[in-house]
Design a protein around this ligand. Structure first.
Ligand code: ACK
Length: 828
């Protein structure tokens, strides 16, 4: 109650333990001055807190004024007389921090200048980021910085058996939290990470480098009995090259991949092959296993020290399977895949075997050469310096050829024959270009660069987006190559974020397209692979895809113009089939058309061809097939050939003549498969020349061997174009077959007693009521129905295969439930 109170309470010396910022938590109670009787004048409701820094405990006697004030502390809650009576303690908590501290320790002092106060507890502490293992690095206990916003950068040390190029770092915040880890340690070779430690690889497992994520099982034919192995040893007789990675299996010699056919006779076949490219040692000999096709149980093995052999004692005109393997000190390699070759028939003259083609070709060549020599001799007498370039250059080629050939008595000994080899089962004859499947390249990039020119992105100006492809946008633009005029191009781009497979598939199309050179095949200008986005650049086709173009220009072209389009497509397809390329997705949507109405086949691809076609549907066998365009044998057992392309061509003909109508309209794929399998075919489009419809029906022959070949189709169309009057005979309106003939009706011809029975038989029983309501209550009435041809464009009617387009038939279009119904004619 006295004036001028000044009471001090002092702590003992407190070590700061290296912290430069300390926190002081005070708990206290304080009496409300108003509750004190009388002495308001001297009563205070605050007290002061001070500190004094020193390196040791000798600072107890410092003067008051040497203490540094931390703060004046007031109470949030003060107590009164009443609270005392109730024994209620109103405890206040206040926290203050002090820093930066520079000495080893300090004293705290509390000054009371007249408050009625009870200091219950004083807690002094500092903050630290606790020791932690992060990214295989140990970060120690770290006392936070002096400043409340300071981040301390702390280096971690790699845990046992782990390494790093650069020590990892983390940051300790003033609040004692670890933030922003940078870098990491990796378990060294022979160790893998488990629960933030590096554990040893068990015997049988290895880890070759710190970068490998975990221990791996030894690759095939290798082992390790040690812990912490960094590689596995090859089993006896198995090898790995020094340059091979330790993840690679140990192998015996690798299999032979290419076996070429040499001379074929009626009792013998000559073979040659390439040494395997990874032989694992010197090849001691080759083993040739062969047997007659489908008679695998009785096979013969012969040996050869060379990479060729003539196998004799074979039956004429028989197919044999050959497999070859190599032997080194390491043992035998795997057998090659099976190669199938056929011996000549007994009478070579009567043979149509393809192996005879070179004989004919060489004979013709020799004949031409002889003729050239004779002409050369005749012309050389009167030759002048300027006038005879043709004759003299011809001679220059002809003489050496003649001399070179003199030593050969038989044309079939032409060394050219040695060059004959196989690609995808196609015999590659000299002078005949064959499509090469880019899959046969181990490195798809190599295929692209073999068949496609690399274009610098700076040569391309993209103008606008014209569509969307499976892999990205399709744009139009211009290409300006050095020394050439700028010209318009189409640019397919590969969208960002593509996978390696998407890139491969995308560029696969260029690898295929780049092998073709024909006026009716879309021309590849080149590819951009060295910069992004990856692009395929092709000639620009002003009118876009054929189906859209025809739909937009319904009825606008003369028949000759339509046939001209079809002729172009057939010519492109002939070229492809000659190259041994089967398109598999020939459809009007995959034909492009330019401003001169020249049609070009496009959309080439690998496995993805059908994957990016929205028309392609999955079959029960798991393949994806554009059902409406595909031949039945290709749907049923994936027999894709040029003959199945001919079927699709027939559908394209139908699409063209009907100006982009959808084949089989809205029928489901399942119904299409069933109907075609039962022998039904699309009806003739409106106003279709009979000759064209007949050609379509020919393309849709069930027996694929009976379908015309593309060269026959081209000749046929040429004939029609040369003789336009042949196109005047249309499939006439009354005989335009647009319904199904129920020749195989279970009830027999003319056996229907009622409309209901007929409708049931053709699975349309649900329409009986509608027929009755519309007055078609008897079969006679049904037979009288005539057609309103405009009432229902695109009737769901098919023609029974084999029925000639001129056969008398009946057609009927009726709108049922707002759509065109599938009607079948009773045999009346
Ligand atoms: O019917 P369209 O205009 O023709 O829309 C598609 C779109 O890109 C997606 O494929 C068009 N298109 C594709 N290649 C070419 C090309 N070479 N020239 C012109 N348009 C093309 C196609």
């Amino acid at each position: 109650m006295e004036q001028n109170q000044n009471n001090w309470l002092l702590t003992s010396w407190i070590s700061n333990e290296g912290a430069s910022r300390i926190f002081i938590e005070l708990k206290f109670t304080l009496r409300d001055c108003n509750s004190l009787p009388g002495g308001l004048g001297t009563c205070k409701e605050t007290f002061n807190v001070y500190y004094f820094e020193s390196d040791d405990a000798d600072g107890r006697n410092v003067k008051e004024n040497q203490y540094i004030k931390i703060d004046t502390i007031a109470a949030d809650e003060s107590f009164t007389e009443l609270d005392l009576g109730d024994r209620v303690m109103k405890l206040n908590t206040e926290i203050r921090d002090v820093g930066p501290l520079t000495k080893k320790g300090f004293y705290l002092a509390f000054q009371d200048v007249g408050a009625c106060i009870a200091l219950v507890s004083v807690r002094v502490y500092y903050k630290k980021c606790p020791s932690v293992i992060r990214n295989l690095a140990l970060f120690p206990d770290t006392i936070t910085g002096a400043d409340s916003s300071q981040l301390l950068e702390v280096s971690g040390s790699c845990v046992n058996h782990s390494v790093t190029d650069e020590p990892p770092k983390m940051h300790c915040s003033a609040e004692g939290e670890w933030l922003v880890p940078i870098g990491k340690c990796m378990c060294k070779a022979g160790y893998e990470e488990k629960n933030s430690t590096c554990q040893v690889c068990r015997p049988g497992f290895f880890k070759a480098s710190p970068q490998s994520p975990s221990c791996s099982k030894c690759p095939p034919h290798s082992y390790t009995h040690e812990e912490a192995s960094t590689s596995c040893l090859c089993e006896e007789h198995y090898f790995r090259r020094e340059s091979d990675p330790p993840t690679m299996a140990c192998t015996t010699p690798s299999p032979i991949s290419i076996v070429k056919k040499g001379k074929i006779a009626k009792n013998s076949i000559s073979l040659s092959w390439q040494e395997p490219d990874r032989p694992n040692g010197i090849i001691l000999e080759y083993e040739i296993k062969y047997f007659e096709k489908d008679q695998e149980t009785s096979y013969t093995i012969i040996k050869s020290k060379e990479t060729k052999i003539t196998v004799d004692g074979l039956k004429p005109a028989s197919t044999y399977i050959f497999q070859i393997r190599a032997r080194t000190a390491a043992g035998y390699g795997g057998f090659s895949r099976r190669f199938e070759f056929e011996t000549s028939p007994v009478s070579v003259a009567a043979s149509s075997d393809q192996s005879q083609i070179p004989i004919i070709a060489v004979s013709v060549t020799v004949g031409v050469i002889l003729l050239a020599v004779v002409i050369g001799f005749l012309l050389s007498g009167s030759c002048c310096d300027h006038g005879c370039g043709w004759a003299s250059s011809l001679r220059a080629v002809a003489y050496p050829s003649l001399i070179w050939r003199c030593g050969y008595s038989k044309a079939k000994q032409d060394p050219e024959e040695e060059k004959m080899h196989f690609h995808n089962g196609h015999i590659k004859l000299p002078g005949v270009r064959t499509y090469i499947d880019p899959h046969t390249y181990e490195d798809p990039n190599q295929a692209v660069h073999e068949f496609a020119k690399e274009i610098e992105a700076s040569c391309i100006t993209i103008e606008r987006v014209i569509g969307a492809g499976e892999f990205g946008e399709v744009c139009s633009g211009r290409l300006k190559l050095p020394g050439k005029r700028e010209f318009p191009v189409a640019i397919k781009t590969l969208k960002v974020g593509y996978t390696e497979k998407q890139r491969r598939d995308f560029l696969g199309e260029a690898s295929i397209m780049g092998q073709f050179d024909h006026p009716n095949i879309i021309h590849l200008e080149g590819v951009v692979t060295k910069s992004k986005p990856v692009m395929i650049v092709t000639e620009y086709m002003e009118n876009g895809s054929l189906d859209t173009f025809l739909k937009k220009n319904d009825g606008q072209f003369t028949v000759i113009q339509l046939v001209g389009m079809l002729r172009g497509i057939a010519s492109g397809m002939k070229y492809l089939s000659d190259m041994g390329y089967v398109h598999r997705d020939l459809a009007a949507r995959n034909i492009l058309i330019n401003s001169n109405l020249v049609c070009k086949v496009s959309d080439f691809g690998l496995s993805r061809v059908l994957e990016d076609d929205p028309e392609a549907a999955y079959t029960t066998r798991g393949g994806k097939i554009p059902i409406r365009w595909t031949a039945p044998e290709a749907i049923a057992f994936r027999k894709f050939t040029s003959a199945s392309d001919v079927w699709s061509y027939g559908i394209v003909m139908w699409e063209v003549v009907s100006y982009g109508e959808r084949p089989y309209w809205e029928m489901t794929n399942q119904d299409v498969i069933k109907a075609v399998e039962e022998g039904y075919r699309l009806p003739s489009p409106m106003d279709c020349p009979a000759a064209l419809y007949q050609l379509m029906l020919d393309c849709w022959q069930k027996d694929r061997n009976s379908r015309p070949k593309f060269d026959e189709i081209v000749s046929m169309l040429d004939k029609l174009i040369r003789n336009p009057s042949s196109l005047k005979t249309l499939v006439n309106a009354s005989s335009r077959v647009s319904n199904l003939l129920v020749e195989h009706s279970p009830l027999g011809s003319g056996a229907y007693r009622s409309v209901g029975e007929w409708l049931e038989a053709i699975k349309m029983g649900r329409y009986t009521e509608i027929f009755m309501e519309n007055g078609y209550s008897s079969m006679d009435a049904v037979a009288q129905v005539t057609l309103d041809s405009n009432s229902c464009k695109g009737m769901n009617h098919l023609v029974k295969g084999g029925a000639s387009p001129t056969s008398p038939c009946f057609r009927m279009d009726i709108r049922l439930e707002g759509s065109c119904a599938d009607w079948r004619r009773p045999a009346l």
